[in-house]
Design a protein around this ligand. Structure first.
Ligand code: HEM
Length: 580
C-alpha cells in the first residue's frame, strides 16, 4: 500500500499512539452522545422512520411545513392516517421524549372523562398559555390548588341565571347592532360579495367584552364602525362598477389591541419549546404595548367595578360577580378582599380571549356552510319562521325571551354539525401523570398525548380496534353515544342530529347521536360551553332570520383553514340579500 493510500485508510496511522487514542476516545464519546441524543421510540407504536435518524426528530419536517406556509397542527392529525394506526408517536423537540397521537373517539372520551387520575393538562399545554395568562385556570394543572381557587372565582359565569340575565341580553343587543351594519352593507354592496371575518370578529368581541366588564366605558365597536360605513357610503364605489363576483371593499375596521396576545398563544402551540418562545416574543414592542393595553383596561374597569359595588349598583357583569365571590371568600377567610389580584385580571382577560375567537371562528365556518349548502340554509330559515309565527305575522324580529324559550331542533342540529365538522379547536392535549397504558401499549409517566377531535372516528371512518385492547372503563362504557353511517362522516349533514320523538313524526335534537368532542368533556372540558351554545343559537337565529347567503364563486368558497389561536377559514366572504 502506498504512503498516500495508507493516510487515507488509517488517518491516525502516523500520529503518536497517545494522540490517536485521545482522538478515537473523543470521537467515540461524540458518537455515543449522538446515539444517546437520537429519539427513542416507545416499543410497538408506529413512527416516521426518518425521524429517529436525527436528533431533530420530526421537527425538521414540521419546520419545513411552516416555512412553506402549511399547517403544522394538521400534520399531527394526519399521522395516524399516514401510519394507518389509531396510536402513533412523534418527536417534537431535540432530547425530548416521544409524544403520542391518539385518534379514536372512544378512548379519547374515556381519557377525558374517566381517566383523570392518569391524565392531566401537561407542561407543554400549560406553557402555551402561561406565557400570556399565567394566572388563568387554563394554564394550570388540575392538581394545582390555585386551579380550584380560580374556578371558585368564576363559578357564577356559566349559571343559567347569569346566562339569561347578563350574557343573553347583551348577545341579543349586539346582534341587533350587527344586523344594522350588515343591512347597510348589503344595500351598499348591491349583491356583490364582501369580506365577513372582521365584522364577525368585532361583534363577538363587543359581546364578550361587555359581558365580562359591564357597560363601564365600553362602546360598541360595531356601532362605531356602522357610523363609519354610513358616512362613507355616499362616496363609496358604485357597486355595479364591477362584476357580481368581485368583492366589494368597505373601509377597514380598527383591530382591537388584544388580538396579538391570542395570536401568540396560537403561535406557541407548534413551537418545540413554547415557554422559550413566549420569553422571546414577550420582549417585542408590539407585545409590550398589548400588555400595557391589557393592564390599563383592567385597572380602569376594576376601579369602575369597585365604585359600582360601593354605590350598591346592580351586579351585572362577570367582573361584578367575580368581585362578589372575592368579597365572600375574603370574609370567610377573615382577610381584606383584593380586587386587582393577578387571578382576577387573568381570569377576566382569559374569559374575553377564550370566549372571543372561538365564537368568531365558529360563526365564520357556520356562514360558509350555509352559503355552500343552500338546502340546509333554506331548511333552517323555514324552521325558524315556523318556530316564531308571532314574529312572522307582526313583521318583527324574534325577541330574546322568545329565542331562549323556543326549541328549534334544526337550529341545534346545524350548530352541532358546524362544530363537529369545522370546530375552532381540532386537537386536545393531556399528559400521563403515572405509568399507564393506551390501547395495550405501555405509556410512561410524563408522556404527552395529542388527541385529535376531527379525522378518524369523528369525520372519517374509525380504525378497527380489538375490544380487549381498550381500557377497562372504555369497555364498560361502550355505547355511550350513538353511531351513524361512517362513510358520510366527512359531510355536512345536520339531519344526523335529529331523531323522531317516540312514535310521532316530530323531530327532536339528539345531542348524543354520534361521536363529537368539539368542547371536550370532563373536568377540563370547555368552561364556556353553555355561553358558546347560547351565543351561537341567538346569533344564527337573527342572522339567518334577516339575511340570505348567496352562493360564492369556487375560489372564495373553499374550506381551507389556517391556525391562529383557533383553526379558522382562510377566506370568509358573504353575498347578502335581505331574507324574505
Ligand atoms: C364554539 C365555541 C367554543 C369551543 C368549540 C370551545 C372549545 C374548547 C375546547 C376544545 C377546550 C379544551 C378542553 C380540553 O382541553 O379538554 C376549551 C377550553 C376552554 N374554554 Fe372553550 N370553547 C368555546 C367557547 C368558549 C367560551 C365562549 C369561553 C368563555 C367565555 C370558553 C372558555 C374556555 C376555557 C376557560 C377553557 C379552559 C378550561 C380548563 O382549562 O379547565 N370557551 N374550549
Amino acid at each position: 500500500m502506498s504512503s498516500a493510500s495508507l493516510d487515507l485508510v488509517y488517518p491516525f496511522a502516523r500520529l503518536p499512539f497517545a494522540a490517536s487514542a485521545v482522538i478515537v476516545g473523543v470521537l467515540s464519546v461524540l458518537y455515543l452522545a449522538y446515539q444517546w441524543a437520537l429519539p427513542k421510540p416507545l416499543p410497538g407504536i408506529p413512527y416516521n422512520q426518518n425521524a429517529v435518524k436525527t436528533i431533530l426528530g420530526d421537527t425538521a419536517e414540521i419546520q419545513q411545513i411552516k416555512k412553506e406556509g402549511g399547517r403544522p397542527r394538521a400534520w399531527f392529525n394526519l399521522q395516524p392516517v399516514k401510519h394507518n394506526s389509531p396510536l402513533v408517536q412523534a418527536f417534537l423537540a431535540p432530547l425530548s421524549k416521544p409524544v403520542l397521537i391518539l385518534s379514536d373517539f372512544r378512548e379519547t372520551q374515556d381519557i377525558l372523562l374517566r381517566r383523570g387520575k392518569e391524565f392531566d393538562r401537561g407542561p407543554r399545554h400549560v406553557d402555551n398559555f402561561s406565557g400570556i395568562v399565567p394566572w388563568h385556570h387554563i394554564a394550570m394543572a388540575t392538581q394545582d390548588p390555585q386551579f380550584k381557587a380560580n374556578r371558585e372565582l368564576v363559578k357564577d359565569l356559566m349559571t343559567p341565571h347569569f346566562l339569561n340575565t347578563v350574557s343573553g341580553p347583551e348577545i341579543y343587543n349586539n346582534a341587533m347592532n350587527f344586523i344594522e351594519l350588515w343591512k347597510l352593507k348589503a344595500e351598499v354592496a348591491g349583491g356583490r360579495l364582501f369580506k365577513a371575518e372582521d365584522d364577525l370578529h368585532t361583534m363577538t368581541f363587543d359581546i364578550i367584552k361587555v359581558v365580562a366588564l359591564g357597560e363601564g366605558d365600553n362602546q360598541s365597536m360595531t356601532a362605531l364602525y356602522t357610523d363609519l360605513v354610513r358616512s362613507t357610503a355616499a362616496n363609496a364605489q358604485d357597486a355595479s362598477s364591477a362584476g357580481q363576483d368581485e368583492p366589494f371593499v368597505f373601509p377597514e375596521n380598527k383591530p382591537n389591541a388584544h388580538g396579538i396576545q391570542q395570536e401568540a398563544v396560537g403561535a406557541a402551540a407548534s413551537q418545540p419549546f413554547p415557554d422559550l418562545f413566549h420569553k422571546i416574543n414577550n420582549r417585542k414592542p408590539a407585545m409590550k404595548e398589548a400588555y400595557a393595553a391589557k393592564f390599563s383596561m383592567l385597572d380602569r374597569q376594576v376601579s369602575l367595578g369597585v365604585q359600582r359595588m360601593e354605590a350598591g349598583a346592580e351586579v351585572k357583569s362577570a367582573l361584578d360577580y367575580m368581585m362578589q365571590r372575592e368579597l365572600a371568600s375574603a370574609k370567610k377567610a377573615g382577610r381584606a378582599p383584593v380586587f386587582n389580584s393577578p387571578s382576577m385580571y387573568d381570569e377576566l382577560y382569559g374569559y374575553i380571549g377564550a370566549g372571543h375567537e372561538t365564537s368568531s371562528t365558529s360563526l365564520q365556518w357556520g356562514l360558509k356552510h350555509l352559503a355552500a349548502d343552500q338546502r340546509v340554509q333554506t331548511t333552517l330559515r323555514e324552521s325558524l319562521r315556523a318556530a316564531y309565527p308571532g314574529a312572522v305575522s307582526e313583521g318583527r324580529q324574534p325577541t330574546f325571551a322568545e329565542i331562549i324559550k323556543t326549541q328549534v331542533p334544526y337550529l341545534d342540529a346545524v350548530v352541532e354539525e358546524i362544530l363537529r365538522v369545522t370546530g375552532p379547536v381540532r386537537t386536545l392535549f393531556r399528559t400521563a401523570t403515572v405509568d399507564t397504558t393506551i390501547l395495550g401499549h405501555h405509556v410512561p409517566k410524563g408522556t404527552q398525548i395529542f388527541l385529535p377531535i376531527t379525522g378518524p372516528s369523528f369525520t372519517a371512518p374509525a380504525f378497527a380496534i380489538e375490544e380487549s385492547l381498550r381500557s377497562p372503563s372504555s369497555q364498560s362504557h361502550k355505547n355511550m353515544r350513538g353511531t351513524w353511517d361512517e362513510s358520510d362522516a366527512a359531510n355536512f349533514v345536520p339531519e344526523r342530529w335529529l331523531k323522531a320523538e317516540g312514535e310521532s313524526s316530530t323531530q327532536v335534537f339528539d345531542s348524543q347521536a354520534g361521536p363529537m368532542l368539539a368542547f371536550s368533556v370532563g373536568i377540563r372540558g370547555c368552561f364556556g360551553r353553555r355561553l358558546a351554545y347560547l351565543q351561537l343559537r341567538i346569533l344564527m337565529t337573527l342572522i339567518v332570520w334577516n339575511f340570505e347567503f348567496g352562493p360564492l364563486p369556487e375560489e372564495l368558497n373553499s374550506f381551507d383553514a389556517i391556525d391562529t389561536l383557533t383553526t379558522k377559514p382562510v377566506k370568509c366572504f358573504v353575498r347578502l340579500a335581505e331574507a324574505r
